[in-house]
Design a protein around this ligand. Structure first.
Ligand code: AMP
Length: 193
């Protein structure tokens, strides 16, 4: 079974690595950010609500995000494993995920913490703003997203570390290199791809 989380600051390369890992382990990558962006693009009610938070660099409220993830994890394709990218991000989301997995009589296998220093992150995000035109990649919003990450999400890693689940991986370097580091670390823990 492969039930993994990918945690890290905005711009650490989570989305890129999640797609590759999902492919290599044959599990769905579930990105709350991507689900929100899909809804924003399609102008759904969820999208309108999410956009008002995303454009300011704030988190979408837990109640909304938790319901969305619960529904997604209840889908058949997540039964044999998944890689959650960008969730959980708050203490409340950690508890919710624990409950969802409890209900399925399962638990997490590993939490991949992708690290990157702030200068590199800002450089990557400003670059992405040019390449992808994301409305939350302006300098002010980037700064706010980093602040929110430090305040709300960074402390969560100690929760997972106390459970012995955290694998810290340097997100700096070529995309292939970083994927290699993650696969190697998971392999060392007995999770072969
Ligand atoms: P991401 O693509 O993961 O950087 O997410 C982009 C934006 O979507 C974030 O800045 C938040 O506004 C929102 N978002 C994504 N995942 C979550 C989450 N787990 N909890 C709250 N907001 C989220």
């Amino acid at each position: 079974m492969s039930r993994f989380l990918l945690i890290g600051p905005p711009g650490a390369g989570k989305g890129t690595q999640a797609a590759r890992l999902a492919e290599s382990y044959g599990i769905p990558a579930i990105s709350t950010g991507d689900i929100f962006r899909f809804n924003v693009k399609n102008e759904t009610e969820l999208g309108k609500l999410a956009k008002s938070f995303m454009d300011r660099g704030e988190y979408v409220p837990d109640s909304v995000t938790n319901d969305l993830v619960r529904d997604r994890l209840n889908m058949d394709d997540a039964a044999a494993g998944f890689l959650l990218d960008g969730y959980p991000r708050t203490a409340d989301q950690v508890s919710e995920l624990d409950s969802i997995l409890d209900e399925h009589d399962t638990s997490l296998d590993a939490v991949i913490l992708l690290t990157a220093d702030t200068d590199e992150i800002v450089r990557r995000l400003l670059n992405r703003a040019i390449e992808q035109g994301r409305t939350d990649d302006t300098e002010d919003v980037i700064r706010r997203r980093l602040e929110v990450y430090e305040a709300e999400t960074a402390p969560l890693t100690s929760v997972y570390a106390s459970r012995g689940l955290v694998i810290m991986v340097d997100g700096l370097g070529a995309i292939d290199e970083v994927t290699g580091r993650i696969v190697e670390a998971l392999d060392a823990r007995g999770y072969a791809n």
